[in-house]
Design a protein around this ligand. Sequence first.
Ligand SMILES: [Fe+2]
Length: 196
Amino acid sequence: MTTSTRLPAFEKFIQELRAAWSELPDMHARMKKGASLLEELVKDPSVKDAAKSWPSTEGRKNLLFYEDPDFNFAINGVVRVPSRKGSIHDHAHAWTAYGILEGTERLERFRRADDRSKEGYAKLELESVTEGNAGKVDLVPPFDIHAEQGGPTRSVAIILRSERVAGKITQGSYDLEKQTIRQVDGPIQVPYEMTA
Ligand SMILES: [Fe+2]
């Protein structure tokens, strides 16, 4: 599909990301800029309008809107059902900016309370809970342990990743009660064009 059918606000977002990636050498700086661009995108009425028809991503799926051929950053979408229960995970070495477009979600952050010496064992403590509503963007550093919990209504988020993790390497999945960590494949990537 050519760029002519792409939603103009989304095309602008991609071009501004590409400019930031070529200008800034450091991934943290790129992602900080990316998060501020994402904040504009998730407030854009044309994007909000388009999101009304996006399909649910329940069953560990992500919509894949874009993956940059030169800089490797990836843009995903998630559409959550009401009261969705999120699992605890990390995104391996990738940075993630998580922007809520519709509805509300809660981002729970955890810290490791063990010394990581025992294979498969992870003791976690809840560090913080951030209530997010439409227009809010969270920047999640590499290996940060977190869970996204759904609100009372359908919720939609756009995710900017420094690179696609799913399909390339595994990422950590945690069980708070059992105190375990295991490596799992990332969500299934469903290519999806963000059109008007
Ligand atoms: Fe996540």
